[in-house]
Write a protein that binds this ligand. Sequence first.
Ligand code: DGJ
Length: 726
Amino acid sequence: MPLNTEPAPTGTTAPATGVVHLRRGGVSVVLDLTAGRLPVVAYWGGDLGHLGIDSLAALVRAGIPAVVPNDLDVPELVEVLPGASGGWRGQPGIEGHTEGADWTLRFTAESATVDSIDDTAVALTATAIDPAAGIRTVLRLELLPSGLFRHRATVTRVAGAEYVLDSLQLALPVPRRASELLDLAGRWGHERTPQRLPFAVGTHLRDSRRGRTGTDAALILAAGTPGFGFNAGEVWALHVGWSGNHREYAERLSNGTQVLGGGELLLPGEVRLAAGDSYDSPWVYASWGRGLDQVAERFHDYLRSRPGHPSSPRPVVLNTWEAVYFDHDLGRLTELAEAAAEVGAERFVLDDGWFRHRRDDSAGLGDWYVDETVWPDGLDPLIDRVTGLGLQFGLWVEPEMINPDSDLARAHPEWMLAPAGRLPVASRQQQVLDLGHPEAFAHILQRLDEILTRNRIGYLKWDHNRDLVEAGHSPTGAAGVHEQTLAVYRLLDELRERHPGVEIESCSSGGGRADLGILERTDRIWASDVIDPLERQQIQRWTGQLVPPELVGSHVGSPTAHTTGRSHALSFRAGTALFGHFGIEWDISRATQAERAELADWVSLYKELRGLLHTGRVVRADHADASALLHGVVGETDALFAFVQLTTPLTAISGPVVLPGLEPAGTYRVAAQYPGDRPNCRSTTTLPWLGDGGVTLPGSVLAESGLQMPALHPEQLLLLRVTRVG
Ligand code: DGJ
């Protein structure tokens, strides 16, 4: 499938007035500048086609709500940063004050420019000022090639005493027909659980105060037409691209106006703007689509268009964590590396436990020197063996953390984020290193730089295993999450510049840091500490609402999952891991020959299919029976689907299952796909079309009429390979 890429810089920039119509990728955003204040979002949704000036003016006029009795004498309009001076009584766009003054702002437009490509507007920059308060804001609104919209604001204290910015939230209107909400909830080991609720009057608020994105983060907050699904209904969805505290909200006012909004969640006093200072908000992303799959596709296309998007085939990983935990031993790890090479792995990642004092998870974080008691000759013997086997070597780090039981904490207790005079409650027996402290930042940068310079390391698994609570910056103990988030971005950016070939994975107690802010500077996310494939079916399905498969780490675990105690056939474990960045996290040096041979077949299948799986379009079927699901990846000429039996169905068979996303006019051959020559599921029935070795049908029939599926035992899956033959 051709990917959308950023436009060549052949566009034009020109002053903008009146009504601006951004159009791209099947989406329109109409911005009304006529009031001479902040832009008002008159429309966000499906492409409206070319509209002349008169039609745009009429569109704006037709959308102005009635002024009703016993209310304000002006209509309540949705400015990008809605405020009380415009009559807005919902969540405010900006909150702040100067010693109690300047708490309400009235902006006057100063200038606006529009970027166009081929005479079509695609971005707007608008500047407005409240001269009395001494606050200027610059808004940047962009419609990206995939139709993904994003906007951000910069607020500048132009002159005057210190202005304390308490909150900045950007809003977008959604129409009344979007009457249902969906977002994700979760916890450690159970990330990305969808929840649905009515879009009622009031505010549905998703605040994350964990100092990281959060294993319970909303990921996306979507509003849609009744019953919207993967391929049904209209959906408007929001994501805040930020890895610290953040907010997403859906709000319906009593007059019927409804918005989706979001931004960074600032702690008291975190942003104080002296004259000349500015605050940059994170990008707030917004994806409209017909069905959740189209919403996801816009995010995926955007991520794939980034210049730094991984372009090499995603290597098969062997991660040592669940294989050996802290039991680091050169002989044992060498055996594991050899077994990894034998099954076809391409990257070997040494997880937690290699550095000083780290014999368990109670000590050592901060002491980033190879532990001489375990590795008397350093990591060289292992790295030499791993690279000699043809695998790349990767290393686990958790740079933002510090154990009170570490040389670093003993030398610099003031480098731990804490309110003045006491430590916050511990979590996993660790505290957080204050990266806002210049010496702490310089120290950790130097340690990481040295490790990467000294060793042949191609990959860092960058972990972050606790929430930031009471994260005070020394010596005053002032709230420090905002600064910490910026500092970790700076740290990553600096290391990437110094070591451009090194890939970085974002891990945070599993999937606790998955957002478009961290993905600007990392190459994949670890979706969850749970490798149990049954849990992973849901976690990966919903992580995929934002992140494409090639950026989602997905491993084959041990026969019995360490985190849930469930046991699964290798076919279910590997068939689940196939739909991500495939890896192994199992002590295969102790697996049977038969298991290793089967795993090698799965590795070969992944290598054969990764070109398709990592560039194709992700599709998910709206399957009525919750005991099973179907998902797949569709490329230009072929596709791979998985029919997954999660639990025992009420009815004996699941009925015909549709394969979405294929060209309706194309003709396709559908057949079971097994690794090597092994059937990957046990079926209690036989199916004529499967027994015949496959079936050939038009895409329209596959999408509308579908295919019968075998009656699988629970926790099994069937892979289907679809090839275009006409
Ligand atoms: C949490 C991660 O998610 C695991 O994969 C592992 O790296 C551990 N941390 C190590 O402490």
